[in-house]
Design a binder for this molecule. Structure first.
Ligand code: BDP
Length: 591
């Protein structure tokens, strides 16, 4: 699915703005106007926009409605309605008729609405659900009581924000249109052979391809959709030194009228994993950065590009070079911006919580009963769909160097190997660039117990020695961490190990002369202790801290004020004490 752009042949209209909204408490007729509504900004989560806690916490279904106008001339074109994402699932009604439905809260979907659109006023309604269960991605334990009320316990540690989270757009094309582009290429030294894969729907006579460099200079051309094109003197996309080319595709009829035109950005870089190293353009790359969340005041999980831009600038100022899209694909605009900033991305699908007995808010991460995840949860179909949609959306982003197929699944329970063999083979098939694949490992699935590591290109560990384990005992934490690392390295020699999470909850402004947990001093000591171990292990090839900033969670005994406080910044981006130290470490690091 192409990113929606206005071009010489396509128009684009953004339907975002103030929509009407209500929770579904009785039957709603999509053919009639919604009644008893409140105003809701789109795109954004609905949860934090009202002062109504009942609405904030409602489980079930919600309705959005907007009226928009279409000029009569536009009906001659093919009209497509496109949602950047709706969380968690939805049905879309245009003028009373269902035109689309989608399951999965973090990837785009679209529908050809040419036959449903009217000249003048159109009524668009979206019925959104925030429910998750044992089959969905992410997962939750869902029950419905006799009164018809839902009760849901999510198996992840972030607030289950919901709504129309990303932009809603209406775009037009001609009846002949470019449907898919993948800019595949082979690199040999300075020479790049671009072998694009392009699908066009409808009749056309001939096509023309051009590759333009950053100055707009044409560096290669092709006279058919199948043409191979050579860039003689390639400017590589490098971490923190981005370079983007454009592939311009034009499709014509016999009279050489332009039927469709679309331009796709791409970057040229190679990725390989060899001898404990993650290589970008043949050079070892050490991941310095963070796990993040799409999470902010009032927007919730809704698109917030000013904040994304600010976060990227803060990261670069600190000497970070990368982040993971924990725990779901981020909005398309954020991915495009990572390409431009040269930030390196581990792109994670929303498979978080495939662990039957995971429950973070009650007892903490250490409190697990043995579960039977791979018999009781039935996520395979939704997991594959989520991967397909993520890879289809993101395969041309040079910033994306690795796929993460899950965060902290029960990779130590029987059935995990079979499940992930199928998921990883499937992911590899989907990706035209055949990037490395990882899965993020949870602490109790340690080197002795994990059943999946052999399937992965890179071992990614979330470890909390000094927090959930060895709490307030950093010396013990260091020796336990070191012992575990050595086991992983013995078990899977040659595979680089990247820390994708490690951190300690820290209440900004809390100071302690005794350097007690939750204080800014403890967070600083915690990171110093962990780094000291990483620096002794040559096969450790990355450190992504948990988390960039404090973020919203369910209320819980260890989630003060409904926030996870492991940010090195507060939720409003004020630095905790550790930031200066990190900045110093990363800026001078040459590993
Ligand atoms: C891990 C999860 C992450 C949590 C973190 C924590 O991957 O989502 O927020 O631990 O407990 O279990 O802070």
């Amino acid at each position: 699915m192409l990113y929606p752009e206005q071009t010489a042949t396509r128009t684009l209209e953004d339907l975002s703005g103030m929509w009407k909204f209500k929770a579904e408490t009785g039957k709603v007729d999509p053919e009639k106007p919604l009644t008893d509504t409140v105003w809701m900004a789109v795109p954004a989560s609905f949860n934090d926009q009202t002062m109504n806690t009942q609405l904030r916490n409602h489980l079930g279904y919600f309705w959005y409605e907007t009226i928009f106008n279409v000029p009569a001339d536009q009906l001659k074109k093919r009209n497509v309605l496109r949602f950047g994402s709706v969380t968690q699932s939805c049905q879309v009604y245009l003028n009373g008729q269902e035109v689309a439905h989608h399951v999965g809260g973090f990837t785009p979907f679209e529908a050809d609405v040419s036959h449903h659109l009217r000249a003048g006023k159109n009524d668009l309604k979206v019925r959104v659900s925030n429910l998750l269960d044992n089959d969905t991605i992410p997962t939750a334990d869902l029950k419905k009581d006799e009164q018809g009320h839902y009760h849901m316990q999510t198996r992840f540690d972030f607030y289950n924000y919901a709504g129309i989270h990303r932009r809603v757009r209406l775009y037009t094309t001609n009846r002949t249109y470019i449907d898919h582009i993948a800019v595949n290429y082979d690199v040999e030294g300075a020479k790049t052979t671009v072998r694009p894969e392009i699908n066009v729907r409808g009749n056309y006579d001939h096509a023309q391809l051009r590759i333009l460099d950053e100055e707009g200079k044409v560096v290669a051309t092709g006279d058919s959709l199948q043409a191979d094109m050579n860039i003689a003197d390639t400017h590589r996309w490098q971490p923190l030194h981005a370079y983007l080319y454009e592939l311009e595709v034009n499709v014509y009829n016999q009279e050489s009228d332009l039927l469709d035109s679309y331009t796709q950005e791409f970057g040229v870089r190679t990725i390989a994993v060899k001898n404990d190293r993650f290589l970008i353009n043949g050079k070892p790359f050490y991941f310095k950065g963070f796990g993040r969340h799409e999470d902010s005041l009032a927007h919730g999980k809704g698109e917030n590009m000013p904040l994304v831009n600010m976060d990227y600038q803060i990261m670069k100022w600190m000497g970070a070079n990368s982040f993971r899209t924990s725990h779901y694909p981020y909005c398309e605009e954020a991915m495009r911006q990572a390409d431009r900033e040269g930030l390196v991305v581990i792109d994670e699908c929303p498979a978080v919580g495939i662990f039957e007995t995971f429950n973070v808010t009650l007892g903490g991460n250490g409190d697990f009963k043995h579960g039977n995840t791979w018999d009781h949860l039935n996520t395979m179909a939704n997991h594959k769909r989520a991967i397909k949609e993520m890879v289809e959306r993101d395969h041309d982003h040079p910033s994306v160097v690795m796929w993460s197929v899950a965060n902290e699944p029960a990779s130590h329970e029987n059935g995990a190997h079979e499940y992930f063999k199928e998921i990883i083979d499937y992911t590899r098939q989907q990706d035209p660039q055949k990037r490395p694949i990882t899965m993020v490992n949870i602490m109790m699935a340690n080197a002795d117990k994990d059943l999946v590591g052999d399937l992965l290109d890179v071992i990614c560990l979330n470890r909390y020695y000094g927090w959930y384990v060895d709490f307030n005992n950093l010396q013990q934490a260091q020796s336990d961490l070191k012992a575990e690392l050595e086991k992983w390295h013995q078990k899977l020699p040659g595979k680089p190990i990247v820390f994708t999470e490690f951190g300690a909850d820290t209440k900004a402004g809390l100071h302690s002369i005794l350097r007690m947990p939750y204080s800014e001093e403890y967070q600083l000591d915690y990171y110093k202790a962990n780094f000291a171990v990483f620096d002794q292990c040559d096969y450790v090839q990355g450190e992504q801290l948990w988390n960039f900033a404090d973020f919203a969670t369910d209320a819980g005994m260890i989630r003060i004020g409904g926030e996870n406080l492991k940010g090195v910044f507060t939720r409003d981006r004020q630095p905790k004490e550790v930031v200066e130290f990190l900045r110093h470490r990363w800026l001078k690091m040459d590993k």
